[in-house]
Design a protein around this ligand. Structure first.
Ligand code: NAI
Length: 466
C-alpha cells in the first residue's frame, strides 16, 4: 500500500518547508520529503544560519581585542573555538527543530529519505536503512536546492580543501587560508577566519570581486577588506590545487600568464554552486533542464510536465534563501488557483561582511546597458552622526532613480546595519516609491537610516549634511 498526497514537496530547505506550510494552510494534504535527517536545508544546516553565527561571534572576538583605544580595558582576549562552534550548533539545532515543529503544527507529513521519480505521480523514497516506500501524489514541487561546485580534479576533503560546509566546522584556526572565489561565500567565510587570526588571501578570476554587484560598491568593499588586512589576487586563475607534505599548494596564473604558486594550510573553494538535479531520475519522467542543469519552468513554476513544479536554487535566478521562500509561497498559491507572484526586480541581496553590503534593484551597470536615464543620490556614512558615534563610518548609500519619473530603480549600500536597512528600500520599491517619497519620510535621529533619507535628498542635489 502506498501513501497518497495531493502535493508532495521534495526538499525541506527554506523553499520546500515554506511551500509545504503554505500548501497545508490552503488545505492540501501535503508531504515534505528530505534526506538530510534534519529540516532547513543548506541554509539552516550548512549555510546562512551557521555562517551568521560565526560572523557575529568572530566580529565580537575581533572588536573585543580592539576595545582599549575606545576606553575599555579588557584583559587578554582568548579564543575558545570549540565553544564558539557549540554556540553555532545550538542555534542550528533549535532552528531546525523549530521547522519540524512548524510542519507538525500545520499537519504536513515529514518523510525522511531520498526521493526519486518513478513516474509523473509516483515517488520512491529510500530511507537511510535503504528501505523503500512509494508515495503517490497528484502534484509535486521540486525544491532540492544546490551544492558547492569544485574546480576540475579538486575533491573536497572538508579539512584541508574545503567548501563552505568545511569552512563552518574547522577544528582549529589555520595559519593561512587561501580563498578561491571573491563572491558571497569566499568573502563571508574569509572574514570569519581572518578575524579569528588566519592570514587570508583571496584569488579571484575577474578584475573585481562580487560579480553582478554595483561596480562602485564592489570597489569600496575591496578597499575596506584590503584595509582590514585581507590580500587579493585579482585577474588570477586557479589552475590546480595540490596537497604537499607541508600543506596545500595553489597553482595560479595571472593575466600576463605568469604562474604563481601560493602555499597555505587550508584552501576554501568558493567558486559557485550547482543545482541538485542529478539524482532525482528527472530524465525518467522527461523533465527538461537548461544548459546549467537547472529545471526549466514557466512563469508559474510549472515544468514541461504539467503536474510537476520547481522553485529555489534548482531553477533560474539568484541562489538565495529568501528568493526560494517567496517562490515557495507563490507556487503553493498558484497550485491553489490563486495569483502567486514574486517581484524579481525587488529581491534584496546581503553580504554579511563587516561592514555589510546590501543591494536591491538595478545596478548602474544594468541601467546603462538597458539605456535607462537615471539620477544618482549618494551619501557617505562619514557624515552620519550615528555612524560617527559608534566608529562605523566606512561606507555609503547610493540611490538610483529614473531621471524622468524619479521612481527608485535600485539602492546599493555598504556600511554597518546595511542588511537590515535594505528592507526599507525594498518596501519603498515594492510600493513604487520615488526618491522624493523617501526624502519626505521622517527618519529617527540619530540612526543609520538617516543616510537613506540623505541619499534620497541627494538625488535632487539637496542633501543637508553633505
Ligand atoms: P559566487 O558566484 O558568488 O562567487 C564565485 C566567485 O568565484 C566569482 O567571483 C568567480 O569569478 C570566482 N571564480 C570562479 N572560478 C574561479 C577560479 N578558477 N579561480 C578564481 N576565481 C574563480 O559563488 P559563491 O560565493 O560560491 O556563492 C554561491 C551562491 O551562494 C551564490 O549564488 C550566493 O548568492 C549564495 N550565497 C549567498 C549568501 C548570502 O546571501 N549572504 C551567502 C553565501 C552564499
Amino acid at each position: 500500500m502506498s501513501e497518497k498526497f495531493q502535493v508532495v514537496v521534495v526538499g525541506g530547505g527554506p523553499g520546500g518547508y515554506v511551500c509545504s506550510i503554505r500548501l497545508a494552510q490552503l488545505g492540501y494534504k501535503t508531504a515534505c520529503i528530505d534526506s538530510r535527517g534534519v529540516l532547513g536545508g543548506t541554509c539552516l544546516n550548512v549555510g546562512c544560519i551557521p555562517s551568521k553565527s560565526l560572523l557575529n561571534l568572530s566580529e565580537k572576538f575581533y572588536s573585543a581585542k580592539n576595545l582599549s583605544d575606545k576606553g575599555i580595558e579588557v584583559g587578554s582576549v582568548k579564543l575558545n573555538l570549540a565553544k564558539m562552534m557549540q554556540n553555532k550548533e545550538k542555534a542550528i539545532s533549535e532552528l531546525t527543530k523549530g521547522v519540524e515543529f512548524l510542519l507538525k503544527k500545520n499537519k504536513v507529513t515529514y518523510i525522511k529519505g531520498y526521493a526519486n521519480f518513478k513516474s509523473t505521480n509516483k515517488i520512491i523514497v529510500t530511507d537511510n536503512k535503504k528501505k523503500e516506500i512509494i508515495i503517490e501524489t497528484e502534484k509535486t514541487v521540486i525544491c532540492t536546492g544546490s551544492e558547492p561546485v569544485s574546480l576540475p580534479k579538486v575533491d573536497f576533503d572538508e579539512e584541508k580543501i574545503i567548501s563552505s560546509t568545511g569552512a563552518l566546522s574547522l577544528k582549529s584556526v589555520p595559519k593561512k587560508m587561501v580563498v578561491i572565489g571573491g563572491g558571497y561565500i569566499g568573502l563571508e567565510m574569509g572574514s570569519v577566519w581572518h578575524r579569528l587570526g588566519s592570514k587570508i588571501e583571496v584569488v579571484e578570476f575577474l578584475d573585481h570581486i562580487t560579480p553582478g554587484m554595483d561596480g562602485e560598491i564592489s570597489k569600496e568593499l575591496l578597499k575596506i577588506l584590503q584595509k582590514q588586512g585581507i590580500k587579493f589576487h585579482l585577474e588570477s586563475n586557479v589552475k590546480s590545487i595540490k596537497k604537499g607534505t607541508k600543506g596545500i599548494i595553489i597553482n595560479t596564473s595571472n593575466k600576463e600568464g605568469k604562474k604563481i604558486d601560493i602555499e597555505c594550510d587550508v584552501a576554501l573553494v568558493a567558486v559557485g554552486r550547482k543545482p541538485n538535479t542529478a539524482k532525482l531520475n528527472l530524465d525518467k519522467v522527461g523533465i527538461e533542464l537548461d544548459n546549467k542543469k537547472r529545471i526549466k519552468v514557466d512563469n508559474k513554476y510549472q515544468t514541461n510536465i504539467k503536474n510537476i513544479f520547481a522553485i529555489g536554487d534548482v531553477i533560474e535566478g539568484p541562489m538565495l534563501a529568501h528568493k526560494a521562500e517567496d517562490e515557495g509561497i507563490a507556487v503553493a498559491e498558484i497550485i491553489d488557483g490563486q495569483a502567486g507572484h514574486v517581484n524579481y526586480d525587488v529581491i534584496p541581496g546581503v553580504i554579511y561582511t563587516s561592514p555589510e553590503v546590501a543591494t536591491v534593484g538595478k545596478t548602474e551597470q544594468q541601467l546603462k546597458k538597458d539605456q535607462v536615464n537615471y539620477k544618482v543620490g549618494k551619501f557617505s556614512l562619514m557624515a552620519n552622526s550615528r555612524a560617527k558615534t559608534i566608529n562605523e563610518t566606512d561606507g555609503f548609500v547610493k540611490i538610483l532613480a529614473d531621471s524622468k519619473t524619479d521612481k527608485v530603480l535600485g539602492v546599493h549600500m555598504i556600511g554597518a546595519n546595511a542588511g537590515e536597512l535594505i528592507a526599507e528600500m525594498a518596501l519603498a520599491m515594492e510600493f513604487g516609491a520615488s526618491s522624493e517619497d523617501i526624502a519626505r519620510t521622517c527618519h529617527a535621529h540619530p540612526t543609520f537610516s538617516e543616510a537613506l533619507k540623505e541619499s534620497a535628498l541627494a538625488v535632487d542635489k539637496r542633501a543637508i549634511h553633505s
